[in-house]
Design a protein around this ligand. Sequence first.
Ligand code: FES
Length: 148
Amino acid sequence: MDRNASTLPDDSRVTELPRPLPSAPVVVSVCVNCKAADGAVVGPAMLDAVTAALDERDVAVMVRPVQCLSVCKRPTTVAVTSQDGYTFLFGDLVTDTGPDAVASFVQSYQKSDYGLVPWRERADVLRKGMVARVPPLRWSPEDGRAPK
Ligand code: FES
């Protein structure tokens, strides 16, 4: 006999499990030591621009300066992470296009299971600038596949 909702008593119905959304706060780390090819330090301008773009969208997020994300050959670099979410690391970002792309990405990140933002929701500059995607600790299937 099939068991479905109509044959189960009300108190035994399976309730939907909570979605594995990343826990707050989402943290955006911007390298303030990044230098352009001509030697000019470009990280602080990116930090200001990313902060402004997130403020404009009223996104609840923590933005912090960091001194090097070890992707120095691809300035400027930005990481997006949270305690229970994926960590994404991007390089080659410029202030014209990077900050809005990051702000949009953070909004998607907050709505995505484990913070795994679908490819279609990532701006072109982030697709091209992707350096690393590291799964969260709390999600670790034996075969290593990403959640669907
Ligand atoms: S100086 Fe920016 S990643 Fe190293």
